[in-house]
Design a protein around this ligand. Structure first.
Ligand code: M6R
Length: 368
């Protein structure tokens, strides 16, 4: 079933272009998002005044990305909560709250219990799910299926990019319902989304280079990941992948937080992955992240930058630059995450570990 690949994870990483393409397929028509999937919410969507996204692990990082995009497009307040924390904060929920759960398996007990709690509290529920007919999907008012295909490796990869694509489709649809985004901006965003599968193919070509890097770094004791805005969840995801696959201590930080503590960790030789925003970023975050790179470089950090192709400002300060194709700011994470997935997989492989079945973990966590 691995079809010539060394692991399911390697196969699933390579399937990411199709995972996104299949999730978008049939859902974009004439510059509009078409989601018959939302029929169960049809009457309530226009009246929703708040969204709470619940998920665990990698799915929660997709949720964070959903927040940036949906808030921007649909101008609705969103909070992202870990499913297992959600109930215990006595969340304020009402019939105008939409609780969006994200789960590849659709069977994660923590997320299922959170969805049930939301239903009992009278909130509306939408699930983003990769498994047809899963329990969470059945419990929810509506479900947007991601069509990533079965994900076998414990580490989530193609489901993650498909979840982002589904959340972005939902966000663009909601923006249309709420009248918050111009037709031109919607068209541009849909164009960006549709171009992701082709760009993912290009990012996959960096595999051999990352393999070399991973081999070279296989005795690392700790690796840090920095990102800002949408690069922040990517940093968290890069760190999670490295922990779960290569058993290396890894932390993701929001780059702006560095001087509030984490910079104390930087000592000569410390590897730091930095997800660099595009120099074209409308928020001008590029210069700030480049200055973070300079700060940690001055303290001896070894910089591994994931940066837009042709970003010359990063070159003088990075030990390694992994280029990603140009994309709109909100869409960069779909590309920037891939080198980090490959890095974790290759480093685990270099250490002789089982990348599909890391120790102590199960693919689907069906106990609380
Ligand atoms: O099936 P789910 O999407 O609900 O699973 C959520 C997490 O358990 C999952 O993403 C986990 O963090 C992965 N092992 C990460 O690679």
């Amino acid at each position: 079933e691995k079809g010539g690949w060394s692991s399911f994870m390697a196969k699933e990483i390579s399937e990411q272009p199709e995972a996104v393409a299949n999730t978008l397929r049939t859902r974009i028509h004439d510059d509009h998002v078409v989601l018959p999937d939302l029929a169960g919410l049809e009457d309530s969507l226009a009246g929703i005044d708040r969204i709470v996204i619940i998920a665990c692990g990698t799915a929660s990082y997709a949720g964070m990305l959903g927040k940036y995009a949906i808030e921007k497009w649909a101008r609705i307040p969103i909070e992202v909560q870990l499913s297992h924390e959600f109930r215990y904060s006595e969340p304020v929920l009402s019939p105008t709250t939409l609780v969006v759960s994200i789960s590849q398996s659709g069977e994660t007990m923590d997320t299922l219990m959170a969805v049930k709690y939301a239903i009992e509290a009278g909130a509306k529920t939408l699930s983003i799910c990769n498994t047809q007919g899963a329990t969470i999907a059945r419990e929810s008012d509506a479900v947007i299926y991601t069509h990533a295909g079965p994900e076998v490796a414990v580490a989530s990869t193609k489901a993650f990019v498909a979840q982002i694509a589904a959340l972005y489709l939902f966000g663009l649809h909601l923006a249309e319902v709420r009248g918050t985004l111009s037709a031109e901006a919607t068209k541009e965003a849909l164009g960006e989304l549709s171009s992701i599968p082709g760009k993912l193919e290009q990012v996959l070509l960096t595999k051999e280079r990352i393999q070399e890097l991973a081999k070279w770094m296989s005795d690392s004791r700790a690796v840090l990941f920095l990102g800002r805005h949408v690069g922040y969840p990517v940093a968290l995801e890069g760190a999670l992948k490295l922990k779960e696959l290569a058993y290396i201590h890894a932390e993701g930080f929001a780059a702006g937080e560095l001087k509030h503590g984490p910079i104390a960790l930087i000592e000569p030789g410390q590897p730091v992955f930095v997800v660099v925003p595009s120099p074209r970023d409308p928020n001008s975050l590029h210069a700030k992240v480049v200055s973070n790179i300079q700060e940690i470089r001055a303290r001896g950090a070894r910089i591994l930058a994931i940066a837009e192709q042709g970003d010359a400002a990063v070159l003088p300060f990075a030990d390694e630059v992994i280029p990603i194709p140009l994309a709109g700011a909100l869409f960069e994470p779909l590309l920037a995450v891939v080198p980090l997935q490959i890095f974790a997989m290759e480093l685990a492989t270099a250490k002789g570990l089982d990348v599909d079945q890391p120790r102590n973990l199960a693919k689907s966590v069906t106990v609380e």
